[in-house]
Design a binder for this molecule. Structure first.
Ligand code: AMP
Length: 120
């Protein structure tokens, strides 16, 4: 399924691109949830983490390496950052083209969700 991220890959809509090669693209999130918030996506259309095939294993690992590289470019690799990949409705996924969120620039709370479960 084609999403807005394919339009970004194909330069049909603009994005603040941080890294690009033949396999992946990293760009700033349009609605940042931390002082630094960017996304790393594969150029291949993969809808959700449920759809990652054996042949996709290399690019998914590579996405993490590029997350670390761009975090280092921002100078936050040592203080730290968080990577998140949401899956489907309950995971909070809104764009059905897998993407690694990278959040940094302040100490991040845990757990990451705000609707806390009541523990009896
Ligand atoms: P998710 O909810 O995990 O699917 O995350 C989708 C992310 O894509 C959200 O954090 C959005 O802010 C971000 N996003 C949606 N459209 C754009 C866009 N045109 N450029 C950059 N980020 C976007």
């Amino acid at each position: 399924m084609t999403t807005i991220f394919t339009k970004i890959i194909e330069k049909q809509i603009p994005a603040d691109i941080l890294f690009e090669d033949e396999r992946v693209l990293a760009f700033k999130d349009i609605s940042p949830q931390a002082p630094i918030h960017f996304l790393v996506i594969p150029k291949k259309e993969i809808a959700t983490t449920n759809d990652i095939s054996a042949e996709d294993e290399a690019v998914v690992g590579y996405m993490h390496r590029i997350a670390a590289k761009v975090a280092k470019d921002f100078g936050v690799d040592q203080q730290g950052y968080r990577t998140v990949m949401n899956c489907n409705a309950d995971g909070g996924q809104t764009v059905y083209h897998i993407h690694l969120h990278v959040l940094a620039g302040k100490p991040l709370g845990w757990p990451p969700y705000t609707d806390r479960l009541k523990v009896e």
